[in-house]
Design a protein around this ligand. Structure first.
Ligand code: BES
Ligand code: MG
Ligand code: ZN
Length: 480
């Protein structure tokens, strides 16, 4: 069950969360008599962040916003999201079904509070035989007082959060229930009531396009590959050339014959389509929120398996642009499938192409799980804009550089390129390999570390995170 956000004109008889400054109790007489206020003030002395009390059968949570005058605004917003995430436990324990958020603080962080609360309340229950028994939450609706956050802003947030949660669902789906065909159909059904056109290319069309990278990775699979093209082209689009999004859609990555060495390096590999989830979830949010932008999303999809027909190290594949690639490691499969997609993107004459891929362990090792790695050959302004979007929603990216030496490292002795380049700078050589197939301004996000969490962290629940949807949306919304 998805937690719904709704706008309300009054707080009526609901349970309440009141966002307040520690020093400001002026609002309190609206809800409490003097004796209650004295009680709350005492409670505030004892507790550092919040007070929860029951009044007339209503749970009242008074949430003190972080008092960190030196923190910058984006850090403060993140603290609010995280505070909200902590309160999910309080609401679950009290078996609260709906709660109303009211802002009474000088700075208005209602948006971030609602965002943190709903994202933290996400659960993936699809595969339990008895869903209601495993449902940890009673909280199914979060109301927000209209005076605290406009209904329009809340609608927008609802759409973004729905996309994040759908991306999480997709990542959480195991291969047994989510091969390339099923995933593509799931993208199409998600777009059904949106102004996004979806076209799914099947194996014969992929063959006709000579997508030797995608087909090569697919060779060991029992499931045919797909190539999904989603397009949102509103009449009022302000960009004459589209923004093309590309997402790695590996529904499972065993590594192939270069098999992943340990169980713990393979057991999360259903998340290898997280890039695909990000771009498809985001184009839907952009369309439903009527962003005046022409956007295309492309997803090459397959699993990476072992079979008598699978590629082996030493094989040579020909990408759809004619480039030959020596496959030295079948586990470096993402770049092979993405090469075809990046070449396909050229036909749109794009203003900008942005790809999302769980591409390298090297990216994960470099920055850990607190952000992702990005590369850009687009101009400085647009690069800074997207980095800033990352800070704004706290899905941050660290920029790495596309030095030419990294391309030299991916040259092969017997083909144009090779798909691995030795132990050093693994995220860089992968990025440089991808850049080879571009002829347009391009940005690459390696989300290997942030796509899937082994344990929960604030509003980042365990499992698929949907990481990237919020910052990509924010970037598109502010795109000039
Ligand atoms: N899907 C993996 C990368 C990955 C690692 C995603 C950890 C999520 C979490 C990718 O296909 C891969 O296997 N990359 C190899 C490349 C290497 C063989 C050059 C890697 O990073 O080890
Ligand atoms: Mg791999
Ligand atoms: Zn992979």
């Amino acid at each position: 069950m998805r937690t719904k956000l709704q706008s309300v004109a009054t707080a009526a008889q609901d349970h309440l969360i009141i966002l307040s400054d520690r020093l400001n109790w002026e609002w309190a007489s609206e809800f409490f008599n003097d004796a209650d206020i004295d009680f709350l003030k005492k409670a505030a002395d004892d507790r550092s962040n919040f007070i929860s009390t029951v009044k007339d059968g209503r749970l009242v949570i008074v949430e003190f916003l972080p008092n960190r005058p030196k923190a910058n605004l984006s850090t403060l917003k993140e603290m609010v999201r995280r505070d909200a995430a902590k309160r999910v436990t309080t609401l679950r324990e009290a078996r609260v079904g709906t709660v109303t958020i009211i802002n009474r603080a000088a700075d208005n962080f209602t948006y971030q509070y609602a965002e943190g609360l709903v994202l933290a309340n996400y659960q993936f229950l699809k595969f339990f035989a008895n869903t209601s028994k495993r449902d940890k939450t009673s909280l199914h609706t979060v109301s927000v007082l209209e005076a605290s956050l406009s209904a329009a802003e809340l609608d927008k947030l609802n759409i973004i959060i729905d996309s994040v949660c759908t991306a999480r669902d997709w990542v959480n789906e195991p291969l047994s229930h989510f091969n390339a065909e099923i995933m593509s159909n799931s993208f199409a059904s998600f777009m059904q009531n949106s102004p996004v056109k979806v076209d799914i290319l099947h194996k014969s069309e992929i063959e006709a396009l000579k997508m030797g990278g995608l087909l090569g990775v697919n060779k060991g699979s029992a499931n045919p590959p797909t190539f999904t093209i989603a397009e949102y082209k509103p009449a009022n689009a302000k960009n004459s050339q589209p923004i093309v999004l590309v997402g790695k859609g590996l529904t499972y990555d065993t590594g192939g014959y270069s098999i992943k060495p340990t169980p713990d390096s393979m057991d999360h590999m259903k998340c290898d389509m997280a890039g695909a989830a990000v771009v498809m979830a985001t184009i839907k949010a952009a369309a439903d929120n009527n962003l005046p932008l022409h956007i295309v999303a492309l997803v090459p999809a397959t699993d990476n398996m072992i079979d008598a027909t699978a590629i082996v190290p030493g094989d040579i594949l020909t990408i759809s642009d004619g480039t030959t690639v020596e496959v030295l490691n079948t586990d470096a499969e993402g770049r092979l499938a993405l090469a075809d997609a990046l070449h396909y993107a050229k036909r749109f004459n794009p203003a900008l192409v942005i790809d999302f891929a769980t591409l390298t362990g090297a990216a994960a090792r470099a920055v850990g799980q607190v952000g992702c790695v990005m590369f850009s050959n687009a101009d400085r302004q647009v690069t800074n804009d997207i980095l800033n979007s990352g800070y704004e929603v706290y899905e941050r990216a660290a920029e790495f550089l596309l030095w030419d030496e990294y391309l030299e490292m991916t040259k092969s002795e017997i083909a144009d390129l090779r798909n691995t380049a030795g132990p050093l700078a693994g995220a860089h050589t992968a990025a440089k390999f991808l850049e080879f197939f571009t002829n347009y301004p391009w940005m690459h996000f390696d989300i290997a570390a942030t796509a899937f969490f082994a344990k929960e962290d604030g509003y980042w629940v365990k499992g698929g995170t949907g990481w990237g949807v919020r910052f990509l949306y924010h970037f598109l919304e502010n795109y000039k």
